[in-house]
Design a protein around this ligand. Structure first.
Ligand SMILES: [Zn+2]
Ligand SMILES: [Zn+2]
Length: 286
């Protein structure tokens, strides 16, 4: 079998499987390779790679960064990165640091609203992933300050609400720069979340991102319609960008998309990895 999955989360971010467990699962499912792409962190890579070596399974290094855009949501995937490179590690450490500062500010804001909550309590919330708003929401519900998670967001934690604290994100060109500086390939994740329904708007954005160091587009993704995949594929071909694809698997309990599935998986095969490696090689030569 030649099927791969280039978009997978582990417990290092908000997935439910440990990296080693995930790698074993991928091998058991008959996949040829996976890329571990946790949000804003590379902490799961060593364990995943190690397990891959133990059982003879290819694990591709990756990361998924949320970047700053005026509207919509933009995620940039980095592949084939040298995750031991110090500049990359420093940038990601900074993200963890600002995340903790943001959590502390949310504790302060809630305190000022008459809701005493300790950071230690928030940390103990049985939510997956790095400490953030879902953990706060859980505790607000548990302590009777909100009826549901959604209510907690609507009243306190959502954007523009009284306990909301702006989130720091790198600019797209900065994120792409440090991924490339670590030897990586940059890919625009799930373009539909950019919320650019007009094809020419998306095209203009892709041209501009290419000028700033974009290598590829995530064409194959469970939430992409046939039409979207067709459009993204033609944009990739037109602008000389590689194509990637993945399930955005977060574990078996969290959603219904399984590893290596959800996008007419036939096309997401090892050839995409070879194209990615070739692009990396050709860039390193210049
Ligand atoms: Zn994403
Ligand atoms: Zn993801």
């Amino acid at each position: 079998m030649n099927v791969i999955d280039l978009h997978v989360h582990t417990t290092a971010s908000d997935g439910t499987m440990r990296p080693a467990e995930l790698v074993r699962y991928a091998k058991k499912k008959g996949l040829r390779a996976i890329a571990i792409t946790d949000h804003d962190t590379i902490e799961g890579l060593d364990e995943g790679i190690q397990e891959g070596q133990n059982i003879g399974f290819e694990v591709i290094t990756g990361v998924e960064l949320s970047v700053d855009v005026p509207a919509g949501t933009m995620h940039v995937l980095g592949y084939l990165i040298d995750h031991t490179q110090s500049e990359l590690r420093e940038k990601l450490r900074l993200l963890q640091e600002v995340r903790m500062e943001r959590n502390m500010k949310m504790v302060e804001k809630l305190g000022a609203l008459g809701i005493p909550l300790q950071l230690s309590e928030v940390k103990a919330a049985p939510e997956h992933g790095q400490i953030g708003r879902p953990h706060f929401a859980y505790m607000l519900v548990k302590k009777g300050h909100a009826r549901t998670i959604q209510d907690a967001f609507d009243r306190y934690l959502g954007k523009g609400k009284p306990a909301y604290v702006e989130k720091f994100r790198f600019a797209p060109d900065e994120a792409m720069h440090f991924i490339r500086a670590a030897g990586g390939i940059t890919v625009l994740a799930h373009p539909f979340t950019l919320n650019r329904p007009q094809p020419n708007e998306l095209e203009a954005l892709i041209i501009s991102l290419k000028g700033k160091g974009l290598d590829g587009i995530e064409v194959f993704y469970p939430e992409h319609s046939e039409g979207q995949m067709k459009l993204y594929r033609s944009l990739a071909q037109q602008y000389g960008l590689i194509m990637t694809g993945g399930s955005d698997f977060h574990g078996l309990t969290k959603d219904d998309v399984d590893l290596g599935e959800g996008y007419g998986g036939k096309e997401v095969t090892y050839g995409l990895v070879e194209a990615m490696k070739a692009r990396r090689e050709s860039r390193l030569k210049v």
